[in-house]
Design a protein. Structure first.
Length: 148
């Protein structure tokens, strides 16, 4: 079904269409600028230490023991240090390691990124299941930790 409009009405609707298009473009641009302003801007890298099992505080070690069967991401503090813990759950074999890709501060967050590295070919013959996790110790800051 076609609708035919007289010349005056057609111009009126065309103007409305143009105005709606301009308004929609403005809303998209304004939303895009807001999105860009919320982008994470790195203020500085954080110094950290990866802790061996013996150096992990007892309470934190108990929490990790409870959670290690599944993947987990937790933080723990003793009010002097911040401990960032990332576990990858049960793996079929041993020989896994975890790399810290990034640990940095933004104005609102502490951002951390890690990667699970698979076992070497020679270590794949070890069929003993493992529960790889990492405990990162850094300075105590009140920002929320964001796991990437």
């Amino acid at each position: 079904m076609k609708i035919f409009l007289s010349g005056a009405k057609e111009k009126k609707y065309r103007r409305r269409g143009v105005l709606c298009g301009i308004l929609a473009a403005w809303v998209l641009l304004a939303g895009g600028c807001t999105f860009l302003s919320q982008e994470k801007i790195k203020l500085r890298d954080l110094d950290f230490t990866v802790l061996s099992e013996e150096k992990i505080p007892e309470q934190l070690s108990a929490i990790i023991e409870e959670k290690k069967e599944s993947a987990f991401q937790i933080t723990y503090t003793d009010n002097a240090n911040l401990y960032i813990c990332i576990g990858y759950g049960k793996q079929e074999t041993g020989g896994y390691s975890i790399a810290v890709d990034e640990l940095y501060l933004t104005d609102t967050n502490i951002c951390v990124s890690t990667t699970l590295l698979g076992p070497e070919a020679s270590e794949k013959s070890n069929k003993t299941p493992s529960h790889p996790y990492i405990v990162i110790k850094t300075e105590f800051l009140e920002q929320t930790v964001t796991f990437e």
